[in-house]
Design a protein around this ligand. Sequence first.
Ligand code: SAH
Length: 248
Amino acid sequence: MGKNGIKGMDIKKDPMGMAITDYHKTGNADRLRVLSPMFEEDEIPLQTLFRKYEEMPIIERKALDLAKGKILDVGAGAGCHSLVLQERGIYVTAIDISPLSVETMKKRGVKKVSEQDFFTLDGRYDTILMLMNGIGIVGTLERLQEFFCHLDKILAPGGQVLCDSSDISYVFEDDNGMIDIPPEMEYYGEHSFRMKYKNVIGESFEWLYIDADTLKEKAANNGYAVEVVAEGEHYDYLARITKKLETK
Ligand code: SAH
């Protein structure tokens, strides 16, 4: 059972956690596959999840450099960002819904880590890190409202969310460079995926890629401001989300 009495993810349906565990134990793992009805099969190289500061993309390094105060690492995976911050002597809490990833983070030395869904988390944080397309866990544009409402509870006054995402409209470019979004799609960044590792297939989950303008608009509707603090090499960017000051 999770912290809030909600039953957590079944370890038999935790392909990513299994892959992370194998890689941590042996330095090797099978292919961690990403399945989707929209895209061709993809895979996440395990060494990516164990990256060191020097191997991180510029936008992630920037996020770590901007992190301050009481820090939360959301969807921490194998704990790469939390470990960099800890090495700098900075206090950080890591959460993930994957029980096997949480176990591995503990073994890797992440001091404060729990199996916890972001959307039911309590506490107050000055910096909330959501990295590697981290805002993706929100799943859909519609759920952004719940996301911002939850920030109202867990973001300390003057606090910041540092999250990255990508504008994936380029995926729908035709041969003439025109963006051709399938008409059945409400927003081109909403996708569903399943992970597969060895013979374990996880539950299907929604994942959101959001362009900066849409994020700004949705944030503004919910009383938040978005600043793009860094841009990556492939339509990816780091956003800093803060609560708008009340104007009286
Ligand atoms: N941030 C890590 C891992 C990214 S993969 C890195 O950069 O390497 C995304 C992670 O988010 C997965 O480990 C997944 O289990 C976790 N996750 C997905 N939904 C979540 C939620 N609602 N709350 C907390 N973690 C979540």
